[in-house]
Write a protein that binds this ligand. Structure first.
Ligand code: HXC
Length: 510
């Protein structure tokens, strides 16, 4: 009997070694943890239950029958994060570069199916070179099955992808279909094909970092939602993110205890808006001051910085925040900002996370660069996302709400449940200068007349009261009481229920 037990332990030890000691050392030398070390950090201590540790590939081509490694390059299973169940798979770069074989795919599909049945989030830790080249179509078929499951799970359970090494092919396409992608700086890359293939096909010489490093995907492309300094920081931040997320689309948001009074007054907010309407201020200061204990998890902090998106809590319950950022491009809406915010709004709506919108927006960004890039379609995505949302929508206009951007940013007209304005709000078709130059074009040469017209326009429109007189703004509130008003609004809207007409699905302007 002892022999049998020992044999199990020996086989387990073998599997735990993955691609062997030398490759583990190489992994560490690159500043990366192994697949199993990452899981240990991500899950509550001792909570990991591994599945399919002894699965091997079945390929006999290219001498593969001689190189079978138990587990076949991916560690799968389930465990808990702060007591809440999650499923996961962690790619092992030490085994065939983490590449996906037919059986490796079946392991991932098994946890995808289990996560769906249990309605629990699934997290993929990626460090892998895509489909296993030696297996050909068997590997491609495996990826197809994983992709299909990604899509079926979308909007049902949260799916998080963490890129922790060089990733290509299916190991970037599967993440692209999940809700969030995070990267590790300097050790992780995402590209459809790597620098060598790029050189062969296009003659372009490019480094891995230039092609698909965190510096590119968290700024230029917006493919990734954030990047962290190293594996440890990245995984600890993933634990923090999971605490904000609902288990599934029907569970409702988690409810964490908080010491922060929901009616906490913050006098400093009364002076947040500068006297000069063209002077910027940091909208993140407002977010930090209204959320519980100042705890805000920002999504895509370095891409389209003119809009801020992320999760906080009010009265212990998760809220999605969308806020124009006056510090960057005066908070204007451009294509990237519209796409970024639209995707975030849709995530919140899919998972029943209420949305608080802070508005200070001078309009959409004019110009050929934006128009050629499809601003009309991209801006429409955000308008569509808000108009479609059935979760509680609470909006606070802090300063400018000009033009179409006023309508788009969760206005009453597109479904805002409670629309508040600070006394500093200016709600109009455009700013005074632009407005006067158009409607009083004949007076442009007359400085005094223009000044008088500008003053008249400012007095009439650049306040919250014209909108409040029409009921487009439900109340003009004191900045210092914003947290209290939000907390009360969200409590009142907790059981909001809106039915959209039956249809197969909408036709979002993608
Ligand atoms: C089999 C692979 C592999 C793969 C890497 N390896 N990728 N084995 N299939 N796809 C193996 C290498 O042979 C090597 O084995 C070990 O993993 C480490 O790889 P290196 O190249 O030494 O590492 P590095 O220099 O860090 O480069 C990593 C890499 C590169 C950027 C991922 O290996 C690479 O470009 N791989 C191919 C990527 C690719 O084109 N994949 C197919 C995509 S198609 P040894 O034994 O030498 O250490 C796809 C289809 C999905 O995924 C459909 C999408 C829609």
């Amino acid at each position: 009997m002892k022999d049998i037990l020992d044999r199990l332990e020996t086989r387990r030890q073998e599997a735990r070694l993955g691609g062997g000691k030398a490759r583990i050392e190489a992994q560490h030398k690159r500043g990366k943890l192994t697949a199993r070390e990452r899981i240990e950090l991500l899950l509550d201590k001792g909570s990991f239950e591994e599945l399919d540790m002894f699965v091997e590939h079945r390929s006999n081509d290219f001498g593969m029958e001689k190189t079978k490694v138990p587990g076949d390059g991916v560690v799968t299973g389930w465990g808990t994060v702060n007591g809440r169940a999650v499923y996961l798979f962690s790619k092992d770069f030490t085994v065939f570069g983490g590449s996906l074989s037919e059986t490796h795919a079946q392991k991932i599909m098994k946890v995808q199916d289990m996560a769906m049945r249990a309605r629990a989030p699934i997290i993929g830790l990626f460090d892998a070179g895509g489909a296993r080249i030696q297996e050909g179509v068997a590997a491609l078929g495996g990826y197809g099955e994983v992709f299909k499951r990604n899509v079926i799970a979308s909007g049902v359970i949260p799916q998080i992808s963490v890129i922790m090494g060089p990733c290509a092919g299916g190991d970037v396409y599967s993440p692209a279909m999940t809700d969030f992608i995070f990267m590790v700086r300097d050790t992780s890359y995402m590209f459809v094909t790597g620098p060598d293939v790029v050189k062969t096909v296009t003659n372009e010489v490019v480094t891995a970092e230039e092609l698909g490093g965190a510096s590119i995907h968290t700024t230029k492309s917006g493919v990734a939602d954030g990047a962290f300094e190293n594996d440890v920081e990245c995984i600890l931040q993933m634990r923090r993110l999971i605490d904000f997320l609902p288990a599934n689309n029907e569970s409702g948001v988690p409810d964490w205890p908080t010491q922060d009074p929901h009616d906490r007054i913050d006098e400093s907010l009364d002076t947040l808006i500068p006297d000069n309407p063209n002077k910027p201020y940091d909208i993140k200061e407002l977010i930090a001051k209204v959320v519980d204990e100042g705890d805000f998890f920002e999504i895509a902090p370095t891409h389209a910085k003119n809009i801020v998106t992320g999760f906080g809590r009010i009265a212990g319950r998760t809220v999605g925040f969308v806020a124009n950022q006056p510090m960057v491009l005066a908070g204007v809406l451009d294509s990237d900002a519209s796409r970024k915010a639209a995707r975030f709004v849709r995530f919140c709506d899919a998972f029943n996370i209420p949305i608080v919108t802070f508005v200070d927006v001078p309009g959409f960004l004019p110009g050929t660069a934006q128009e050629y890039n499809g601003l009309i379609k991209h801006g429409a995505k955000l308008l569509f996302a808000y108009s479609q949302a059935t979760v509680p929508l609470v909006t606070v206009i802090t300063r400018k709400a000009f033009g179409g951007a006023y309508d788009v940013m969760a206005s009453k007209h597109v479904g805002g449940d409670l629309n508040y304005a600070w006394p500093t709000a200016q709600i109009a078709v455009m700013g005074a200068k632009g407005a006067v130059e158009i409607i009083f074009r004949a007076d442009i040469g007359d400085k005094d007349k223009i000044a008088a017209r500008t003053k008249e326009y400012e007095d009439r429109f650049l306040s919250p009261f014209v909108a409040a007189e029409r009921g487009y703004i439900d109340d003009v509130i004191m900045p210092h009481s914003t947290r209290r008003r939000l907390a009360r609004a969200l409590a009142m809207l907790k059981n909001k229920h809106v039915e959209m007409p039956a249809r197969k699905h909408d036709n979002l302007p993608v």
